[in-house]
Design a protein around this ligand. Structure first.
Ligand SMILES: [Zn+2]
Ligand SMILES: [Zn+2]
Length: 122
C-alpha cells in the first residue's frame, strides 16, 4: 500500500472508527494509516486517490508494462476488450496480464530513511 500523501509504503491497516468507516467498508474500502506521515486514508487494492490510474488487480502495483492487447488470455469480456483494443498491461511481480482503461501513471513508493530524521541530537 502506498500512502497518497507522502508515497511511503510503510502503511498499515487502521481500526474502524465510527459510522463513516462502517459505511465505506460496505463498498469495500478499508481504512489505512501511514507510518511515515501519520496520514489516515481509505483504500481498495490501492488508495482511493490512486484508484483512477491503471494498477494490478492482484497486488495494486502501478509499475506496469504495456503489452500488446492480444496478449491478455483471461479476464471478463475478453473478446470485447480485444476487439475494442483496450490497453493491456502486465505486472511483473505477479505476472498478471490485464486490461485497463484507466490512464497509466507510474507510482512508485518513495524511499524514506527510517532513522535519522527524528533524532533530536542532529
Ligand atoms: Zn504518508
Ligand atoms: Zn501484480
Amino acid at each position: 500500500m502506498i500512502c497518497p500523501q507522502c508515497r511511503s509504503a510503510h502503511c498499515f491497516r487502521s481500526h474502524r472508527r465510527g459510522l463513516f468507516d462502517g459505511a465505506v467498508t460496505a463498498i469495500g474500502l478499508r481504512p489505512w494509516r501511514c507510518r511515515t506521515c501519520d496520514y489516515r486514508f481509505y483504500a481498495w487494492r490501492v488508495a482511493v486517490a490512486f484508484a483512477r490510474y491503471a494498477h494490478c488487480p492482484t497486488c495494486g502495483n502501478f509499475d506496469l508494462h504495456r503489452i500488446g492487447h492480444d496478449r491478455v488470455d483471461n479476464g471478463t469480456l475478453l473478446a470485447l476488450k480485444r476487439t475494442v483494443g483496450f490497453p493491456a498491461y502486465r505486472c511483473d511481480p505477479c505476472r498478471e496480464k490485464f486490461y485497463s482503461v484507466r490512464p497509466f501513471h507510474r507510482i512508485i513508493p518513495s524511499v524514506i530513511p527510517e532513522t535519522g530524521a527524528k533524532s533530536p541530537h542532529s
